[in-house]
Design a protein around this ligand. Structure first.
Ligand SMILES: [Zn+2]
Length: 379
C-alpha cells in the first residue's frame, strides 16, 4: 500500500478550486498550500523550528545545488535529508533540470541527458534522468521530481515540441530508475504556452499513473496573464485524485488564480528573497522597510499576523535592522513573509471548505488591478 494519497475534501461551487489532504510518510499536507524553498537544505536565515511556526507543512530543497555541495552521499550517510537538515515534515526535491537549464553554463543537451560546467570548480557534469533520480533517491525527500527539459520563454513551437517529447521519454526513464516506494515521483507537464502541446504532455504523464503531477515551464519569464491561461488549459487534463503542483509560482494573484483552476501546491523563493532585499509582504502589498516612514513607526508589521516577528517587534525595529544590514532583520522578515504566504493559502483553504472562496477572494481572481504584483522580484 502506497504511503501517499490525495483526498479531496471539498470543491468550490463557482471555480475549480479544491481543498484536500496529501498524505506523505512525514505527515499530511493540507492543500492548497504554499511551500517555502530551502535551496541548500536550509531556508535562508530561518531555523526549522521557526519554519514550523509559520504553518508551512512541506518544504523544498534543490537537487542541483545539493549535488554540487555537499553531495548526495554525505546527505545519505547523515541519515537522509530530513535528519541532515533537522526537518521532520514532508520535503520535496526538484530534479535539477530547471537549474541546469537556467543557471549553468550548458555545454550540451542530447536525448541522453545534459552536460554542463560546475559553477563551483568548472568540472564538466553529466546529468541524465537516471542520475537525477539516483541523487534524489539518495537525498531521500518524500516527493521527488522527474528530470525534464524546461525551455526558457520565449521559445518557438518547434523547440517546445522537441522539449515535450524529450521530457516524456526522460520521464519513462525516471520511472524505471526510481528505487524507493517511500518516495513519490511526480511527473511534470511541459508544453510552454501552447495548449495542444500541454495536452500531449499531460496525456503521456497521466498514462503512467503517477502519484502526483506538476505544471512546469511557467514562471520562466512569460507575462503573468499567460501563466493563468497555461494553468487553466492544463489542470483539466490532470486526474482528480492526485495532487497538482504549480512549480515556481508564489505571488498572491498567481496562486489565487491557479487555485481557482484546481492547483494544490506552490513553491517560490519570493518570501526569503524579498526579505533579503528588506521587503515585507503585508496583506497583498509589498513594503520596503528601508523607507523613511518606517523609522519611527512603532506598530507591528501587521497587527493581524500571528508570526513571531509581528507579535514581538515594531516596524521601527525592523527598519533599524535592515538599515544596519543586521542578519536578524533578514530572519525576522523571512519568518513574516513565509507566514504571510502560507496564511494566504490557509485562508483560501478555509474559504473553499466553507464554499466562500469565489466571493472572498474575488479581488484576486479578476484580471490585474492596482494591487501590487510581486512578479518583479529583485534577483
Ligand atoms: Zn507577521
Amino acid at each position: 500500500m502506497s504511503p501517499f494519497s490525495y483526498q479531496c475534501q471539498k470543491t468550490c461551487s463557482c471555480t475549480q478550486a479544491r481543498a484536500g489532504i496529501f498524505q506523505t510518510p512525514h505527515g499530511p499536507v493540507e492543500t492548497p498550500r504554499f511551500m517555502p524553498v530551502g535551496t541548500l537544505a536550509n531556508i535562508k536565515t530561518v531555523t526549522p523550528a521557526q519554519i514550523q511556526q509559520t504553518g508551512a507543512q512541506m518544504i523544498l530543497a534543490n537537487t542541483y545545488h545539493l549535488h554540487l555541495q555537499p553531495g548526495e552521499q554525505i546527505v545519505h550517510r547523515a541519515g537522509g535529508l530530513h535528519r541532515f537538515m533537522g526537518w521532520e515534515g514532508p520535503i520535496l526535491t526538484d530534479s535539477g533540470g530547471f537549474q541546469v537549464f537556467s543557471l549553468s553554463q550548458l555545454r550540451e543537451i542530447t536525448d541522453e541527458g545534459v552536460t554542463f560546467q560546475s559553477p563551483r570548480n568548472g568540472d564538466l557534469i553529466h546529468l541524465t534522468p537516471e542520475k537525477s533520480i539516483e541523487i534524489q533517491n539518495a537525498l531521500g525527500a518524500d516527493v521527488i521530481m522527474a528530470f525534464d527539459e524546461c525551455p526558457p520563454y520565449p521559445a518557438s513551437q518547434t523547440e517546445i515540441t522537441a522539449a515535450v517529447h524529450r521530457t516524456t521519454a526522460w520521464l519513462k526513464r525516471c520511472v524505471q530508475a526510481h528505487q524507493r516506494p517511500d518516495q513519490a515521483l511526480f511527473g511534470i507537464v511541459q508544453g510552454g504556452i501552447y495548449p495542444p502541446l500541454r495536452q500531449i504532455s499531460a496525456q503521456a504523464l497521466v498514462d503512467l499513473d503517477l502519484p502526483g503531477y506538476a505544471i512546469g515551464g511557467v514562471s520562466v519569464g512569460e507575462p503573468p496573464d499567460l501563466i493563468e491561461k497555461i494553468v487553466q488549459a492544463t489542470t483539466p487534463l490532470l486526474p482528480q485524485n492526485k495532487p497538482r503542483y504549480l512549480m515556481g509560482v508564489g505571488t498572491y494573484r498567481e496562486m489565487a488564480q491557479a487555485i481557482a483552476a484546481g492547483v494544490d501546491l506552490f513553491d517560490c523563493v519570493i518570501p526569503t528573497r524579498l526579505a533579503r532585499h528588506a521587503n515585507a509582504l503585508v496583506q497583498g502589498d509589498r513594503w520596503n522597510l528601508k523607507n523613511r516612514k518606517f523609522r519611527e513607526d512603532f506598530q507591528p508589521l501587521d497587527a493581524s499576523c500571528p508570526c513571531y516577528t509581528c507579535q514581538t517587534f515594531t516596524r521601527a525595529y525592523l527598519s533599524h535592522l535592515v538599515r544596519s544590514r543586521e542578519l536578524l532583520g533578514y530572519t525576522l522578515l523571512s519568518i513574516h513573509n513565509i507566514t504571510e504566504l502560507v496564511r494566504f493559502t490557509q485562508r483560501i483553504r478555509a474559504a473553499i471548505l466553507a464554499d466562500r472562496f469565489a466571493q472572498e477572494f474575488q479581488s484576486w481572481l479578476q484580471p490585474l488591478s492596482s494591487k501590487v504584483s510581486s512578479s518583479q522580484t529583485p534577483r
